[in-house]
Design a protein around this ligand. Structure first.
Ligand code: FNR
Length: 190
């Protein structure tokens, strides 16, 4: 069975290293995972006032999440947390109250930074948020990618063999995580 993974890039930057990483992951993914981006850049800032008349762009965003079998968050760290744009997208996904599309959706987190601590702190914050939104997040392996010059070429291929091997294993583990949650959701309560 092939699973559709919607990836959400936490950066709005045109030259985002995290989008570069996401594209590389798409190329590296095993045959049972198909990765496509769910964009967040056009979402307005969320306000409770929107709940009464939900904007089409937010409806499309939520529909894309619902259509995906799983979500992959590929995000930078901003000031030791997640970017505001990503938090805004998550807030849209959970509203209006009672229509949280993150609930039960298997997910994984990865991120790239030029710095050696990479995105570790942001990822911890994101795990806390996704725990509250009831999205089962893959615990292991964790993936903190220090983005160095030449790591990914212009075609989106990873040039460092040890990183390519690590990310291949990361994606394999994510496929197992997704399958486990989809199999469990088939079990009907007695
Ligand atoms: C950063 N950056 C950064 N990096 C990091 O490792 N930890 C951090 O807390 C921060 N904080 C931070 C705040 C803001 C407002 C910006 C713009 C940047 C640097 C960041 O990792 C770098 O700009 C990456 O290139 C951002 O990822 P994208 O946008 O290229 O995907």
């Amino acid at each position: 069975m092939t699973y559709t993974v919607g990836y959400i890039v936490g950066s709005l930057s045109r030259k985002s290293i995290n989008r570069t990483l996401a594209v590389a992951l798409s190329r590296l993914a095993p045959p049972d995972l198909r990765l496509t981006e769910i964009p967040i850049g056009e979402l307005p800032l969320y306000s409770h006032d929107h709940d009464a008349s939900y904007p089409a762009v937010a409806r499309e965003f939520k529909d894309a999440i619902e259509a995906a079998d799983a979500l992959l968050f590929v995000t930078p760290e901003y000031n030791r947390s997640i970017p505001g744009a990503l938090k805004n997208a998550i807030d849209w996904a959970t509203r209006p109250y009672g229509s949280n599309v993150l609930k039960g959706k298997p997910s994984a987190i990865i991120g790239a930074s030029p710095g050696p601590i990479s995105t570790a702190v942001a990822q911890q914050h994101l795990k806390t948020i996704l725990s509250f939104t009831d999205s089962p997040v893959m615990g292991q392996p964790e993936a903190y990618i220090q983005f160095t010059k030449g790591l990914i070429d212009e075609q989106g291929d990873i040039q460092v063999p040890s990183t390519a091997a690590f990310l291949t294993e990361y994606l394999r583990a994510f496929a197992v995580h997704i399958r486990r949650h989809h199999d469990m959701s088939d079990i009907q309560p007695r």
